[in-house]
Design a protein around this ligand. Structure first.
Ligand code: PMP
Length: 401
């Protein structure tokens, strides 16, 4: 008998499983709207020019392959927190932001979960929005926190359930940890407005809640880094001790390079040093130190004036292409007399749109039209382009009719 004979088969990953079904489909019209990775106007993966140039600069400097420190490449982490908090941020100027490089956004969330699990002095429960990115629950559960939820999305309006959200925040026990998507909420594409963020910040202050920001899409929502960081920067300006997880997977297209950062606002440089010493103790037994190549690329872009500007323009281009697809899809669905209200396609933000398509409809689209998306009706807008959007709209229209 094998040692592992009692190991049950686990369910496939709900998002990565979609890509497998897509790969197996041989129809030339097939479209993959499952995974959240940017595609160019020809449906191809996109390596940013700023990234290619940074790689050339790095290659010509003939760098070594030594280990990074446990908390990663300082040129990268310093620049990463500047991007998130803003150069003029008070805690950055006071040198009180603790930071470690991470294995992309997922790793940042996991380090954050582990650190809070070990040192957060109050209830070790984290509240997630309903719905949230599917990986949030297992990440925080596996890092030792209890996971609960708060209301976020209103199915009826396909928009924000702001009243429900506020009521749930107000009813949480004081000092509870709450996870917010900093921008471009995944999977709904629905973000609070700046005014609503201000109200949320006030409630968080009143209830002494502890804000954990997941910032996986900075720049991707509006094309503007500062605008997309509004929530984080507003909370910091209001004196909240935020923690932030950052990913450079989407905005630099560095998906497989695994470049991210986890940071915390502390009281002063002395406290920062203590916190960073403990971050090292969290990281060391997990993977010793983070990967080098992607962090070098990100650091080169973030610290090079010309490349930074070029990168900014490329992020704007990606964000704008997605926005133009939203408009085209909306126009098509309306022109085809598709039953229902489709305004949310245009008003939603970032990589994803929650279409409102039902699970049976998503199944029909996969089987009959070779169009793949997650069963909750979420589509990655970046998978649409001038060549496939008419085919896609037509089939959505038909399945709804
Ligand atoms: N948070 C959210 C909300 C995400 O959508 C993602 C990517 N799908 C991540 C974090 C982390 O992604 P990565 O680990 O690739 O940076």
């Amino acid at each position: 008998l094998s040692t592992w004979s009692a190991v049950p088969a686990g369910p496939p990953d709900p998002i990565l499983g979609v890509s497998e079904a897509f790969k197996a489909d041989k129809d030339p019209r097939k479209i993959n709207l499952g995974v959240g990775a940017y595609r160019d106007e020809h449906g191809k993966p996109y390596v940013l020019n700023s990234v290619k140039k940074a790689e050339n600069i790095i290659a010509s400097s003939n760098p070594d392959k030594e280990y990074l420190p446990i908390t990663g490449l300082a040129d990268f982490t310093k620049a990463a927190v500047k991007l998130a908090y803003g150069t003029d941020s008070a805690p950055l100027q006071a040198n009180s932001v603790a930071v470690t490089q991470s294995i992309s956004g997922t790793g940042a969330l996991r380090i954050g979960g582990a650190f809070l699990g070990r040192f957060y002095p109050h209830s070790k429960t984290i509240y997630l929005p309903t719905p949230s990115w599917g990986n949030h629950t297992p990440i925080f559960r596996d890092s030792g926190l209890e996971v609960k939820t708060y209301r976020y999305f209103d199915k009826k309006t396909v928009g924000l359930d702001f009243a429900g959200l506020k009521e749930d925040l107000k009813n949480m026990p004081e000092k509870t940890i709450v996870l917010f998507h900093a921008c471009a909420h995944n999977p709904t594409g629905v973000d609070p407005t700046p005014e609503q963020w201000k109200e949320i910040s006030d409630i968080v202050k009143e209830k002494q809640l502890f804000p954990f920001f997941d910032m996986a899409y900075q720049g991707f929502a509006s094309g503007d880094f500062a605008r997309d960081a509004f929530a984080v920067r507003h909370f910091v300006s209001q004196g909240h001790q935020v923690v932030v997880s950052q990913s450079f997977a989407k905005n630099m297209g560095l998906y497989g390079e695994r470049v991210g950062a986890f940071s915390l606002v502390t009281a002063d440089p002395e406290e920062k040093a203590r916190v960073e010493s403990q971050l090292k103790i969290v990281v060391r037994p997990m993977y010793s130190n983070p990967p080098l190549s992607g962090a070098r690329v990100a650091a080169t872009i973030l610290n090079h004036e010309g490349l930074y500007t070029e990168w900014e323009n490329e992020v704007k281009h990606m964000a704008n292409r997605i926005i133009s697809m939203r408009h085209k899809l909306y126009d098509n669905l309306v022109a085809q007399g598709t039953p229902g209200e489709w305004g949310h396609i245009k008003s939603q933000i970032g990589m994803f749109s929650f279409t409102g398509l039902t699970t049976p409809q998503t199944k029909i689209l996969a089987e009959k039209a070779h169009i793949y998306m997650t069963a909750d009706g979420r589509i990655s807008m970046a998978g649409l382009n001038g060549h496939n959007i008419d085919y896609f709209s037509e089939n959505v229209s038909n399945v709804v009719k």
